[in-house]
Design a binder for this molecule. Sequence first.
Ligand code: B12
Ligand code: SF4
Length: 520
Amino acid sequence: MRILLYNPDNGVTRNFMPHLWMFLLQALTPAGHEVLLIDGNAQPMDEAGIAQYVREQNIGLVGIGAMTRMIAKAYRMADAIRAIGVPVVMGGPHVTEEADEALGRNGGPRHADAVALGEADETWPKIVEDAARGKLKDVYAPVDEFGQERKPTLQPYPAIPWDKINLDQFNLVPKMAKRTLQRISDGWGTFRIIPIESGRGCPYGCEFCTVTGFFGDSIRFRSNESVVNELLLLKARAKSEGGQIAVFFIDDNFAINIKRTKSLLRDIIAAGAQVHWVAQISANLLRDEELVDLIAASGGKWVFIGMESIDPVNLADVNKGFNKPGEYAAVLERLAQRNVYAITSFIFGMDNDTPGVAERTLQEIRTWPAGLPIFGLITPLPGTPLYKRLADAGRLTRPKHWQEFIPFAMAHTPLKMTIAQAHAEVKHGWARSYSAEAMAQAVHSLRHKPLGYRINIFIARMCFRGIYFPQMGPWAWLKLIAQNRHTIFSLVKEAFITWHGRPVSAGPTEVTEGFEQESV
Ligand code: B12
Ligand code: SF4
């Protein structure tokens, strides 16, 4: 049987990274079946397009995975596939919480023939076998023979054949630049960010988050050896194709067990498996100097920190009191000293937020080493304690907000401001952080840092800006470049003087050195 695994596009940005679930399920598919992958962010498709593809490729089963924000598109695509008589199985965090919606059991239309609840590592082979026999069940739950929930141990972990998979759709280097860039130093003909998990689960249980409910509050880790081997495989692939690779450790809290994280990072260093990597780590765990040293030494370049709010009352409200705003500056300083960049994430519209919260947050941010701030609105995702609390209090204004997804729009009324005011706050955060003046200011504030570091932060800021201000297509980019021409000109001028001023023998290799050390 030919199987298609499909992830819908998010409709806002092109994705910078493929989704791990597809590669994992592909690796777990029983022998004798062929699996094709389409990520809608890399290969946009509409309903007619996917139906045609499924028909032409003689696909016998389609698996669709989606987050809540993409679920409406996922359902439309599933409907188009089912209309031509091909069965659809859906999985992922949204349908795990809303299985009845996907199966049409709550009065709405049916979108999926089957739903895989929770982690599907162990149920997927069964789903494929049942589909091949034409005997798909409605629901597949990860349970043992006694009906108790069973989570995959991750030991052993399936070997994803990264050296053989066709990754053409995930090359971030534009096609026209590929051949020229391939010749530079170790090669930049390809640049891919690949997701790797080293563990699953999170004990913290923040009120707005689905992770503790979905993956559980006890953490399961892969062996260090299996992670190191995966890194070595990716590194070898990048080298063989004259390209670069970076890794996103998608663990929800990569340092949740500091002792184990340090041991993994030491093993990565010992095996020479360093690649540039990014990970999510909560601020409280970054107090440890040795950990931060190891992060930098093992290739860590970007750390995503869910700061959420600078107000301890807000943090306590959402069960995230372990975040201490008083220590944010020290944590960021610790990372910056090792040239590790921070992506700092904030949520507005929380219950103790009042008008002006964005500007108050920006005033704090301006006192920290320049990084990448991002802003969102608190969103009641299905299955979270937050959703239940707001529903019980009658505060949900759009209880099924995912059916008509609107980016950056509240689905409930905040307590101390209006919905419109919350929207204005998030806009203010983005506009003030990503204006040409703010970008120039950020780059200038890092003037003591290596040029490669500054170029990186500038490029990253240009890309991150697109999360809120859509900048799809060449015209949008040209406009952005024009707005930021002064910063670009000064960086290019400095690069020319710095790198062309060097002895000729140190030429092209040295030219890219700054980029290589500072990229991701
Ligand atoms: C990496 C990641 C991202 C990446 C993007 C995705 C990518 N390219 O990988 C980035 C950083 C961009 C991102 C952004 C966001 N993310 Co995110 N992200 C994650 C994260 C940390 C890891 C995802 C992952 O690969 N997990 C590991 C794999 C193995 O697990 P999995 O995907 O769940 O797949 C398993 C099962 O679900 C199932 N399964 C999944 N799909 C399918 C399909 C079929 C057919 C079957 C049978 C089974 C199946 O089988 C898999 C193996 O067991 C998760 C948290 C988490 N730990 O999962 C959050 C998570 C998915 N993100 C979440 C959210 C909310 C967001 C944002 C909306 C945040 C925001 N406010 O901006 C944005 C939206 C981005 C966008 N524009 O689309 C939520 C989604 C909750 C929900 N109900 O939708 C999660 C769960 C985190 C959370 N806080 O609750 N995210
Ligand atoms: S927000 Fe982060 S720390 Fe909190 S429960 Fe979710 S994954 Fe854990």
